[in-house]
Design a protein around this ligand. Structure first.
Ligand code: NAD
Length: 296
């Protein structure tokens, strides 16, 4: 199976590297040529455009910032939809809304192309380790055909149902992750102002009911004040907007998500959109006029 991979950023680069390492012929494109060069040195085939990826591949994976980038890559004049061989499969692993995913599936079908929406969870560390959680929506027969690709990049791969259900699962995941980040930050500021060392707090509670994958991944970053982005605040904010539009259309109230979205919005307004999303700590520190540690 020849695989195309478009979007070699924080997540896409390590994901594509696993495909190359597992022996798949992998055709690569990103606007950032450095990322393409890096993966070419590992054995991938560099391409100069999305068109070149489409012409050389049987399955094309996109891992792009947001739905508007996916629309452009798939449906522009020189895009993947027009330049792929009929019968090929497109897998979008970006985080978009279920409505966008269903629209992609419908439009690609007109070109005789099948589509799977397969967003991921686990962030950069799990992408690097090849242990992502992958939630995939689309026809089961197509899912089974591309499963070896998912297994090269992920540890837990679930076929969630028809088109759009992968994206719905990812948005549900993001409600939980975002609320968790806010709660972890609020608790850290409270505990610190009450006189606790955050290392002790982490040690005391991580294996109790409050412990979580979010806590394990983000508490060390909070303690070290290392806010180099794995997942950016602005990327997470985009997900919160998609949750709102999707839930509004379904008539689902979002009291928790709406509040959390305002916290993320304040961080962006304060110039912190490119920081890791654990930097929402800063919002709670500003409110409490308390810094949780002296680390830089
Ligand atoms: P990123 O910004 O680091 O990477 C996106 C890449 O797409 C960039 O390298 C950019 O140059 C490339 N790109 C943009 N437009 C393009 C185009 N027209 N043609 C070719 N390449 C193009 O973003 P990321 O953090 O890797 O996230 C990618 C997706 O994965 C997003 O939808 C995000 O929500 C989702 N996601 C991110 C994380 C995370 O922790 N970072 C976790 C799970 C899911």
């Amino acid at each position: 199976m020849k695989v195309g991979f478009i979007g070699l950023g924080i997540m896409g680069k390590p994901m594509a590297s696993h495909l190359i390492n597992k022996g798949f012929q992998t055709y690569l494109f990103d606007l950032n040529t450095e990322a393409v060069d890096e993966l070419s040195n590992m054995g991938g085939h560099p391409c100069k455009s999305n068109q070149e990826v489409a012409e050389n591949s049987d399955v094309i994976i996109t891992m792009l910032p947001a739905a508007k980038h996916v629309y452009q890559v798939l449906f522009s004049e020189e895009g993947v939809a027009k330049k792929s061989k009929p019968g090929n499969t497109i897998i979008d692993m970006s985080s978009v809304s279920p409505e966008d995913s269903r629209e992609f599936a419908k439009e690609l079908k007109k070109n005789n192309l099948s589509f799977i929406d397969a967003p991921v969870s686990g962030g950069e560390p799990m992408a690097i380790e090849g242990r992502l959680a992958i939630m995939a929506g689309g026809e089961e027969v197509i899912f089974n055909r591309v499963l070896p690709l998912f297994e090269a990049m992920g540890e837990k791969v679930v076929h969630t149902g028809e088109s759009g259900t992968g994206s719905a699962a990812k948005l549900a995941n993001q409600i939980i992750v975002s609320a968790n980040l806010a709660a972890l930050s609020e608790a850290s500021v409270y505990a610190s102002k009450a006189g606790l060392d955050l290392n002790k707090l982490f040690e005391a509670i991580r294996d109790g009911l409050a412990g979580s994958a979010v806590m394990d991944a983000k508490m060390p970053m909070i303690i070290e004040r290392n806010f180099e982005p794995g997942g950016r605040i602005e990327t997470n904010y985009k997900d919160l907007g998609n949750i709102q539009s999707s839930a509004n259309a379904l008539g689902v109230p979002l009291p928790v998500t709406n509040l959390v979205k305002e916290i993320f919005s304040s961080e962006i307004a304060n110039g912190n959109g490119k920081m890791d999303h654990s930097h929402v700590l800063n919002f709670f520190e500003r409110m409490a006029n308390h810094r949780t540690s002296d680390n830089e």
